[in-house]
Ligand binder design. Structure first.
Ligand SMILES: Nc1ncnc2c1ncn2[C@@H]1O[C@H](COP(=O)(O)OP(=O)(O)OP(=O)(O)O)[C@@H](O)[C@H]1O
Ligand SMILES: [Mg+2]
Length: 393
């Protein structure tokens, strides 16, 4: 089939031609938006799941939903070893700019921007002039609020001000945080504290986070985090119906069909993981000589898809690991029959080492986002089918 018209989009954060199987989350989010804007108590939202299940694209879709409700929005991608203050200031700046268009009182908007600037300038306080960062907010800083230097205090004050600004015009603000597991403990604690205050006040500002499966455990380990602060949505692989939909709907728009056997074969290959659905869909499309696409086309295209996944999805991650970390993952792969979590004690036994001597490798892998600690004393791969991949290299 014409590769130019190939609709499928494998790739991190790539918007899929059809966002399949996420109606439940989208509907739930619309309700959250409506309730928050009306001052009803609501919880902030956390999306969790393995690599490639579609957290980022869902987060982006939720952001579009908030924008279409007239909300102010901003997005952050957390990175290890980076403080929240600077990226958060930029995200809120963007949200405030969106609100400014609808706000009748420009002085109030400027007042908020002044507070935001003081908050932002704290990121580089004490640094030399050359290292100083200019937040690009063209109003004078308003000192005295959100600029104590203690992120926990400043975040509550800043977000309450932001919420009030949105409340003036009957909307809200949503701050989206991707890769949230990469935030440091102080920032996590500050967010929990701020969300707590916001929800107690029914203030119209929510945080929408996305992260790996251990994000809920990370949040609840934070001292300022109470059990019921966040609504969690586990983002998982697509069921057969949704995976078919992800393939069929974009093809239909190009007048292309799949045979039932082709869909069956594609589901067996992709296992419902959205990234894999896109990868196999793309390779199969390029391979197929004509519509309808057949199971034979899938079989011929599969090695191409697998090669591309080996480089783009698995290999790029594998390369980040040190030799010791690779050895650790190999042992995990040998133990995990499929991809399931394995106990850290079993990994140590497999390698003939003391568990404590393996902590650096394990911690390194967690920090790199390749494995996560599941239930007590167990770890799993964050990348689906990673065990299978490791056994093949
Ligand atoms: N609901 C869906 N239907 C069809 N395709 C999807 C869906 N969700 C995601 N995809 C596709 O899956 C791939 C991965 O999506 P995305 O990058 O959002 O995953 P992720 O969970 O954020 O992964 P990571 O943890 O690596 O950041 C993309 O190619 C995207 O187009
Ligand atoms: Mg992502």
């Amino acid at each position: 089939m014409d590769p130019v018209r190939n609709p499928y989009a494998p790739g991190a954060g790539q918007r899929p031609p059809e966002l399949a199987g996420r109606d439940k989350q989208l509907t739930a989010f619309d309700i959250v938006l409506e309730r928050v804007a009306r001052g009803r108590p609501e919880r902030s939202v956390m999306l969790t799941g393995l690599r490639g299940v579609g957290k980022t694209v869902l987060l982006n879709q939720l952001r579009s939903a908030a924008v279409s409700h007239g909300w102010g929005t901003g997005k952050i991608e957390a990175r290890p070893d980076q403080d929240l203050r600077r990226p958060l200031a930029s995200a809120l700046h963007m949200a405030a700019r969106a609100l400014a268009k609808a706000h009748r009182n420009p002085e109030r908007v400027d007042d908020f921007l002044g507070i935001l600037k003081a908050f932002a300038l704290r990121a580089t306080a004490g640094k030399s002039m050359r290292e100083r960062w200019q937040p690009g907010i063209d109003v004078p800083a308003v000192t005295g609020r959100a600029d104590s230097g203690d992120i926990e205090i400043d975040l509550v004050e800043l977000l309450m001000e932001a919420a009030a600004l949105a409340g003036d015009i009957g909307v809200g603000i949503a701050i989206f945080i991707d890769e949230m597991q990469d935030l440091g403990p102080a920032d996590i604690s500050a967010i929990c504290g701020a969300c707590h205050e916001l929800s107690q006040d029914a203030a119209p500002l929510i945080v929408v986070g996305a992260g790996l499966p251990h994000l809920p455990a990370m949040l609840s380990a934070s001292k300022s985090c109470s059990e019921r602060l966040f609504g969690y949505h586990r983002i998982d692989r697509l069921d057969r119906e949704a995976a078919d939909q992800a393939l069929i709907a974009p093809a239909e728009r190009e007048d292309v069909k799949f045979s039932d056997e082709a869909l069956e074969a594609l589901y067996r290959k992709a296992d419902g993981y959205p990234y894999f659905v896109q990868a196999y869909g793309k390779a199969t499309w390029d391979q197929a000589p004509a519509t309808p696409i057949t199971a034979e086309d899938v079989a011929v295209a599969a090695p191409t898809a697998e090669e591309e996944l080996a480089v783009g999805f698995f290999g790029s991650r594998y390369e980040r690991a040190t030799p010791a970390e690779r050895e650790y993952m190999r042992a995990m792969a040998d133990l995990a029959g499929d991809d399931g979590p394995v106990s850290t004690a079993a990994v140590a036994r497999e390698l003939g080492r003391k568990p404590a001597s393996l902590s650096p490798a394990r911690d390194g892998l967690i920090k790199k986002g390749l494995i996560y600690s599941a239930e007590r004393g167990t770890i799993g791969f964050t990348v689906p089918h990673f065990g299978r991949y490791l056994r093949s290299v």
